[in-house]
Structures are given as structure tokens and as C-alpha cells.
Design a protein around this ligand. Sequence first.
Ligand SMILES: N[C@@H](CCC(=O)N[C@@H](CS)C(=O)NCC(=O)O)C(=O)O
Length: 213
Amino acid sequence: MILIGMFDSPFVRRVAVTMHFLNMPFEHHNWSVGKDFELIRRYNPLGRVPTLVLDDGETLIESAAILDFLDEHAGPERALLPRAGRARRLALQYMSIASGVAEKGVLQIYENAFRPAEKRHEPWVERCRVQMHAGLNELEKHTKVCKEDWLLSARITQADITLACVYRFLNEALLARAASRQYPALDNFCARLEVFKEFRAVSISAFSPPTAS
Ligand SMILES: N[C@@H](CCC(=O)N[C@@H](CS)C(=O)NCC(=O)O)C(=O)O
């Protein structure tokens, strides 16, 4: 399989980390949504990442849909999203908040990367910032009271992977510039996950925002 997209995207990274946890080898095309836009569009009509090209040439887009495929491919015993009930509901809830937070972070970055200074609209950026921090506060609350090693059960789930990838991305791209230690429970929880070989295998170096061309 070929995974398209840079690992400093939390959406790409959660797919890559998941493939490592599920022992699914892949080739990586480290293409940028900025300068490699036309290349990505050959595989994904939206020109977005992650995009996963399967061995038979079929192409999957949208990280949630890709993760769904990977879980199905891994089988019910190894799947990373809990199968049913409250654990599944909560996992999806945490993943939805984390993805929403990531999207709000990406929008703030794109405001600078893709929009000329005179066309930027600070109230819109501030709205994204408020939404991002509200989501992070919610995740901080859940992480603080979580009694097990993982958010939902005695084993790792997709909620843990998604949360760690999103938080790392935000730290690299946005939060480090703000006051540190805003989210101590998230700091501790995510640092613990980053030590796993599956996370280390998908390392991100210094974050650099995309450029428009
Ligand atoms: N909902 C999408 C979000 C993916 C996403 O936002 N990808 C960004 C990179 S972090 C992207 O492709 N940006 C280029 C664009 O949207 O034009 C997913 O989960 O796959």
C-alpha cells in the first residue's frame, strides 16, 4: 500500500501509526499539500491527504474512512476501534473532538500559509482558536480522570492514537508558541504514547507550514 501525505499532518500520522500497530507495511510518499498539490490530485480528486493507494490500485481518501478499512482488514480481534457499546461511542466521541481540534488548528495555519496578509481576517482566526482550545480543554478533562493506561480500556484504541497525533501536531505547529503547560494531563498522556516504537517510527521533525506553490 502507498500512503500519501506528510507526517506533520495529524490525519496522515494517525493512519501511519495505525498501520504500524497493525503490522501493515506501506510505502510512503512524503508529498506536501502545497507544492505537490497537482501530484496528489492524480490520486485524490480533492487534492487532500491522507490518501491511501491499495495494492490493487484502488484509492481511499479521508482518514476516518481509511482507518475503518484498516480495522476491517485487520479483523475484529486486532481492530483498534472498540466493537460496540459505550467504549465505541466514547472512542468516536474523543476522536471527533480531537479531529475537530486538529481541523481548527489547520485552518489557523492555512490562514497564514495560503492567504495574503491583507486578506486575513483576525476574528475568524480567533474563532478557530477559541474552538480549538475548547476542544483541548474537554480532552484535558477526560485525560485527567482516565484511570487506566489508555483512555478507554486496558488496551490501546484508536482514540489514544488520534489524540496523541493531534496533540503532537498542535504542539509542534501552534501551542509551543503560546504559554506552555496549558494542558498538563494531555502533555503527560501523549508523551507516554510518543515513546512507543509505532509512534517513533512515524516521527515528525520540525513543523513547517505548507507553501501555496
Ligand atoms: N477530514 C480530513 C482532513 C484531512 C486534512 O485536513 N488534510 C489536510 C492536511 S493536514 C489537507 O489535505 N489539506 C489540503 C487541503 O485541504 O486543501 C481527513 O480526516 O482526512
